[in-house]
Design a protein around this ligand. Structure first.
Ligand code: GUN
Length: 284
Protein backbone atom coordinates (compact mmCIF):
# COMPACT_ATOMS: atom_id res chain seq x y z
CA UNK A 1 0.00 0.00 0.00
CA UNK A 2 1.24 3.50 -0.83
CA UNK A 3 1.00 6.01 1.97
CA UNK A 4 0.01 9.22 0.20
CA UNK A 5 2.00 11.68 2.29
CA UNK A 6 1.15 15.34 1.76
CA UNK A 7 4.48 16.92 2.68
CA UNK A 8 6.37 16.10 -0.55
CA UNK A 9 3.38 17.36 -2.53
CA UNK A 10 3.29 20.58 -0.50
CA UNK A 11 7.07 21.04 -0.87
CA UNK A 12 6.75 20.65 -4.64
CA UNK A 13 4.05 23.35 -4.71
CA UNK A 14 6.18 25.69 -2.54
CA UNK A 15 9.13 25.18 -4.91
CA UNK A 16 6.98 26.11 -7.89
CA UNK A 17 5.82 29.30 -6.14
CA UNK A 18 9.40 30.21 -5.17
CA UNK A 19 10.54 29.81 -8.78
CA UNK A 20 7.73 32.05 -10.01
CA UNK A 21 8.46 34.61 -7.28
CA UNK A 22 12.01 35.04 -8.62
CA UNK A 23 10.48 36.80 -11.64
CA UNK A 24 8.64 39.19 -9.33
CA UNK A 25 11.83 40.90 -8.23
CA UNK A 26 12.56 41.80 -11.88
CA UNK A 27 9.23 43.63 -11.96
CA UNK A 28 9.76 45.09 -8.47
CA UNK A 29 6.26 43.88 -7.55
CA UNK A 30 5.14 43.95 -3.90
CA UNK A 31 5.09 40.44 -2.42
CA UNK A 32 1.70 38.66 -2.16
CA UNK A 33 -0.37 39.69 0.85
CA UNK A 34 -2.83 37.33 2.55
CA UNK A 35 -5.18 38.65 5.22
CA UNK A 36 -6.73 36.08 7.53
CA UNK A 37 -9.80 36.91 9.60
CA UNK A 38 -10.33 34.92 12.76
CA UNK A 39 -13.59 35.51 14.61
CA UNK A 40 -13.59 34.23 18.20
CA UNK A 41 -11.06 31.98 19.91
CA UNK A 42 -11.78 28.44 18.70
CA UNK A 43 -8.56 26.57 19.65
CA UNK A 44 -8.46 24.41 16.48
CA UNK A 45 -8.98 27.49 14.28
CA UNK A 46 -6.16 29.28 16.11
CA UNK A 47 -3.79 26.41 15.31
CA UNK A 48 -4.85 26.31 11.62
CA UNK A 49 -4.38 30.07 11.31
CA UNK A 50 -0.88 29.84 12.83
CA UNK A 51 0.06 27.21 10.22
CA UNK A 52 -1.20 29.52 7.46
CA UNK A 53 0.86 32.43 8.79
CA UNK A 54 3.98 30.26 9.05
CA UNK A 55 3.57 29.17 5.42
CA UNK A 56 3.35 32.85 4.38
CA UNK A 57 6.53 33.59 6.34
CA UNK A 58 8.35 30.69 4.70
CA UNK A 59 7.58 32.02 1.23
CA UNK A 60 8.16 35.68 2.10
CA UNK A 61 4.49 36.59 1.64
CA UNK A 62 3.06 39.35 3.77
CA UNK A 63 0.41 38.04 6.14
CA UNK A 64 -1.96 39.95 8.35
CA UNK A 65 -4.09 38.34 11.04
CA UNK A 66 -7.25 40.20 12.03
CA UNK A 67 -8.66 38.78 15.26
CA UNK A 68 -12.22 39.80 15.98
CA UNK A 69 -14.30 39.11 19.10
CA UNK A 70 -16.83 36.27 19.22
CA UNK A 71 -19.51 38.87 19.84
CA UNK A 72 -18.89 40.90 16.65
CA UNK A 73 -22.10 41.94 14.91
CA UNK A 74 -22.98 41.06 11.33
CA UNK A 75 -22.81 44.78 10.51
CA UNK A 76 -19.29 45.23 11.91
CA UNK A 77 -17.97 42.13 10.18
CA UNK A 78 -19.57 43.31 6.93
CA UNK A 79 -17.79 46.67 7.27
CA UNK A 80 -14.47 44.95 7.98
CA UNK A 81 -14.78 42.77 4.89
CA UNK A 82 -15.76 45.74 2.72
CA UNK A 83 -12.77 47.68 4.02
CA UNK A 84 -10.41 44.80 3.10
CA UNK A 85 -12.06 44.42 -0.32
CA UNK A 86 -11.22 48.07 -1.00
CA UNK A 87 -7.70 47.99 0.44
CA UNK A 88 -5.36 47.78 -2.59
CA UNK A 89 -2.53 46.37 -0.45
CA UNK A 90 -4.55 43.18 0.28
CA UNK A 91 -4.38 40.49 -2.42
CA UNK A 92 -6.26 37.65 -0.75
CA UNK A 93 -8.73 37.29 2.11
CA UNK A 94 -9.46 34.14 4.08
CA UNK A 95 -12.15 34.10 6.74
CA UNK A 96 -11.44 31.11 8.99
CA UNK A 97 -14.49 28.88 9.52
CA UNK A 98 -16.51 28.05 11.49
CA UNK A 99 -17.94 31.44 12.39
CA UNK A 100 -19.85 31.89 15.68
CA UNK A 101 -23.45 30.66 15.34
CA UNK A 102 -25.05 34.13 15.23
CA UNK A 103 -23.24 35.00 11.97
CA UNK A 104 -24.67 33.67 8.67
CA UNK A 105 -21.67 31.86 7.14
CA UNK A 106 -22.72 31.86 3.48
CA UNK A 107 -23.88 35.48 3.52
CA UNK A 108 -20.65 36.61 5.20
CA UNK A 109 -18.40 34.56 2.87
CA UNK A 110 -20.20 36.01 -0.14
CA UNK A 111 -19.09 39.51 0.90
CA UNK A 112 -15.47 38.71 0.01
CA UNK A 113 -14.57 40.24 -3.35
CA UNK A 114 -14.22 37.53 -6.02
CA UNK A 115 -10.73 38.74 -6.98
CA UNK A 116 -9.55 38.29 -3.34
CA UNK A 117 -11.35 35.04 -2.52
CA UNK A 118 -8.43 32.82 -1.42
CA UNK A 119 -10.77 29.98 -0.40
CA UNK A 120 -12.93 30.18 -3.56
CA UNK A 121 -15.95 29.93 -1.29
CA UNK A 122 -18.09 32.76 -2.62
CA UNK A 123 -21.08 32.04 -4.86
CA UNK A 124 -19.29 33.71 -7.74
CA UNK A 125 -16.12 31.57 -7.31
CA UNK A 126 -18.27 28.44 -7.04
CA UNK A 127 -20.15 29.48 -10.20
CA UNK A 128 -16.85 29.67 -12.09
CA UNK A 129 -15.94 26.20 -10.81
CA UNK A 130 -19.26 24.69 -11.92
CA UNK A 131 -18.68 26.10 -15.41
CA UNK A 132 -15.01 24.96 -15.40
CA UNK A 133 -13.67 28.52 -15.63
CA UNK A 134 -12.06 28.81 -12.20
CA UNK A 135 -8.63 30.32 -11.68
CA UNK A 136 -8.58 29.10 -8.08
CA UNK A 137 -10.67 26.48 -6.27
CA UNK A 138 -11.17 25.66 -2.61
CA UNK A 139 -7.85 24.73 -0.96
CA UNK A 140 -8.59 21.23 0.41
CA UNK A 141 -10.09 19.77 -2.80
CA UNK A 142 -7.39 21.45 -4.92
CA UNK A 143 -4.75 19.94 -2.62
CA UNK A 144 -6.32 16.51 -3.10
CA UNK A 145 -6.10 16.92 -6.88
CA UNK A 146 -2.39 17.74 -6.46
CA UNK A 147 -1.90 14.57 -4.36
CA UNK A 148 -3.46 12.48 -7.16
CA UNK A 149 -1.23 14.15 -9.77
CA UNK A 150 1.95 13.84 -7.69
CA UNK A 151 1.45 10.11 -7.06
CA UNK A 152 0.35 9.39 -10.65
CA UNK A 153 -3.21 8.37 -9.74
CA UNK A 154 -5.39 9.04 -12.77
CA UNK A 155 -9.14 9.27 -12.17
CA UNK A 156 -10.14 9.62 -15.84
CA UNK A 157 -12.70 6.98 -16.86
CA UNK A 158 -12.92 5.74 -13.23
CA UNK A 159 -16.04 5.52 -11.08
CA UNK A 160 -15.21 7.56 -8.01
CA UNK A 161 -17.15 8.33 -4.86
CA UNK A 162 -17.07 11.58 -2.86
CA UNK A 163 -18.64 11.35 0.60
CA UNK A 164 -19.73 14.77 1.91
CA UNK A 165 -21.24 17.72 0.03
CA UNK A 166 -19.95 20.75 1.94
CA UNK A 167 -19.25 23.85 -0.13
CA UNK A 168 -15.65 23.82 1.12
CA UNK A 169 -14.74 20.18 0.36
CA UNK A 170 -17.21 17.71 -1.18
CA UNK A 171 -19.01 19.97 -3.66
CA UNK A 172 -15.89 21.55 -5.22
CA UNK A 173 -14.11 18.16 -5.20
CA UNK A 174 -17.04 16.69 -7.16
CA UNK A 175 -16.47 19.33 -9.87
CA UNK A 176 -12.67 19.07 -9.94
CA UNK A 177 -12.90 15.28 -10.39
CA UNK A 178 -15.56 15.72 -13.07
CA UNK A 179 -13.22 18.13 -14.89
CA UNK A 180 -10.65 15.30 -14.94
CA UNK A 181 -13.19 13.01 -16.63
CA UNK A 182 -13.98 10.81 -13.63
CA UNK A 183 -17.55 9.56 -13.29
CA UNK A 184 -18.38 11.01 -9.89
CA UNK A 185 -20.99 9.92 -7.37
CA UNK A 186 -21.67 12.36 -4.52
CA UNK A 187 -22.88 10.73 -1.30
CA UNK A 188 -24.00 12.67 1.76
CA UNK A 189 -25.74 12.40 5.11
CA UNK A 190 -29.05 11.37 3.48
CA UNK A 191 -27.49 8.64 1.32
CA UNK A 192 -28.79 5.18 2.18
CA UNK A 193 -26.67 2.06 2.58
CA UNK A 194 -23.39 3.98 2.39
CA UNK A 195 -21.37 1.01 3.65
CA UNK A 196 -22.73 -1.10 0.78
CA UNK A 197 -22.17 1.68 -1.75
CA UNK A 198 -18.50 2.29 -0.93
CA UNK A 199 -17.63 -1.32 -1.79
CA UNK A 200 -18.28 -0.49 -5.48
CA UNK A 201 -15.61 2.20 -5.96
CA UNK A 202 -11.91 2.19 -6.86
CA UNK A 203 -11.45 5.74 -5.53
CA UNK A 204 -13.22 7.02 -2.42
CA UNK A 205 -12.84 10.55 -1.04
CA UNK A 206 -14.05 10.60 2.55
CA UNK A 207 -15.19 13.87 4.13
CA UNK A 208 -17.93 12.56 6.39
CA UNK A 209 -16.69 14.38 9.49
CA UNK A 210 -16.96 11.40 11.89
CA UNK A 211 -13.83 10.13 13.64
CA UNK A 212 -12.71 6.69 12.36
CA UNK A 213 -16.15 6.02 10.89
CA UNK A 214 -14.91 3.61 8.22
CA UNK A 215 -12.69 0.55 8.63
CA UNK A 216 -10.18 -0.23 5.89
CA UNK A 217 -12.12 -3.45 5.19
CA UNK A 218 -15.27 -1.40 4.41
CA UNK A 219 -13.68 -0.42 1.07
CA UNK A 220 -13.24 -2.50 -2.09
CA UNK A 221 -9.96 -4.42 -2.10
CA UNK A 222 -7.32 -2.34 -3.88
CA UNK A 223 -9.21 0.93 -3.50
CA UNK A 224 -7.48 4.31 -3.26
CA UNK A 225 -8.83 6.16 -0.22
CA UNK A 226 -8.38 9.87 0.46
CA UNK A 227 -9.23 10.74 4.05
CA UNK A 228 -10.17 14.40 4.55
CA UNK A 229 -11.19 13.95 8.20
CA UNK A 230 -9.25 15.52 11.07
CA UNK A 231 -10.38 14.89 14.63
CA UNK A 232 -8.59 15.60 17.88
CA UNK A 233 -9.09 12.66 20.24
CA UNK A 234 -7.30 12.13 23.54
CA UNK A 235 -5.15 9.57 21.73
CA UNK A 236 -4.14 12.18 19.12
CA UNK A 237 -5.24 13.26 15.64
CA UNK A 238 -7.30 10.79 13.62
CA UNK A 239 -9.20 10.86 10.34
CA UNK A 240 -12.59 9.55 9.16
CA UNK A 241 -10.93 6.22 8.27
CA UNK A 242 -9.17 3.70 10.53
CA UNK A 243 -5.70 3.11 9.13
CA UNK A 244 -5.45 -0.25 10.89
CA UNK A 245 -5.87 -3.08 8.39
CA UNK A 246 -5.22 -0.84 5.38
CA UNK A 247 -1.93 -2.53 4.45
CA UNK A 248 -2.75 -5.54 2.29
CA UNK A 249 -6.30 -4.33 1.61
CA UNK A 250 -6.11 -0.80 0.15
CA UNK A 251 -3.73 0.19 -2.63
CA UNK A 252 -3.26 3.74 -1.28
CA UNK A 253 -4.37 5.83 1.71
CA UNK A 254 -3.64 9.37 2.92
CA UNK A 255 -2.32 9.34 6.52
CA UNK A 256 -3.88 11.53 9.22
CA UNK A 257 -2.08 13.69 10.18
CA UNK A 258 0.31 14.33 7.30
CA UNK A 259 -1.90 13.57 4.29
CA UNK A 260 -4.41 16.11 3.00
CA UNK A 261 -3.60 18.75 5.68
CA UNK A 262 -0.20 19.96 4.39
CA UNK A 263 -1.53 20.27 0.83
CA UNK A 264 -4.47 22.43 1.97
CA UNK A 265 -2.05 25.05 3.28
CA UNK A 266 0.18 24.82 0.20
CA UNK A 267 -2.86 25.42 -2.00
CA UNK A 268 -3.81 28.45 0.06
CA UNK A 269 -0.36 29.84 -0.73
CA UNK A 270 -0.79 28.93 -4.40
CA UNK A 271 -4.23 30.60 -4.54
CA UNK A 272 -2.87 33.71 -2.82
CA UNK A 273 -0.01 33.81 -5.30
CA UNK A 274 -2.35 33.48 -8.31
CA UNK A 275 -4.71 36.21 -7.08
CA UNK A 276 -1.75 38.52 -6.38
CA UNK A 277 -0.17 37.82 -9.77
CA UNK A 278 -3.43 38.56 -11.57
CA UNK A 279 -3.72 41.85 -9.72
CA UNK A 280 -0.08 42.83 -10.51
CA UNK A 281 -0.62 42.03 -14.19
CA UNK A 282 -3.89 43.99 -14.42
CA UNK A 283 -3.53 47.34 -16.20
CA UNK A 284 -3.72 50.10 -13.57
N1 GUN B 1 -11.72 25.87 8.53
C1 GUN B 1 -11.17 24.63 8.36
N2 GUN B 1 -10.61 24.53 7.13
C2 GUN B 1 -10.81 25.71 6.52
C3 GUN B 1 -10.46 26.22 5.23
O1 GUN B 1 -9.85 25.55 4.37
N3 GUN B 1 -10.85 27.50 4.98
C4 GUN B 1 -11.55 28.25 5.88
N4 GUN B 1 -11.89 29.48 5.53
N5 GUN B 1 -11.88 27.81 7.07
C5 GUN B 1 -11.52 26.54 7.38
Amino acid sequence: MIELKGKPVADFIYQQIETKLEKWSEHKWARPHLTVILVGADPASQVYVQHKQKACEKLGFKSTLIQLPDSISEKDLTEKLQYLNNDPSVDAILMQLPLPAHLPTKKMSDLIAANKDADALTSSSLGLLVTAQQMVASCTPSGIMEILKFYGLDVAHKNVLVIGRSLIVGFPLFHLLNQKNATVTLAHSKTQNLKLLIKEFDFVFVAIGKAQYFKASDFKKGAVVIDVGMHRLESGLVGDVQAEGAVGHLSALTPVPGGVGPTTIALLMSNTFKLAEKSRMAPS
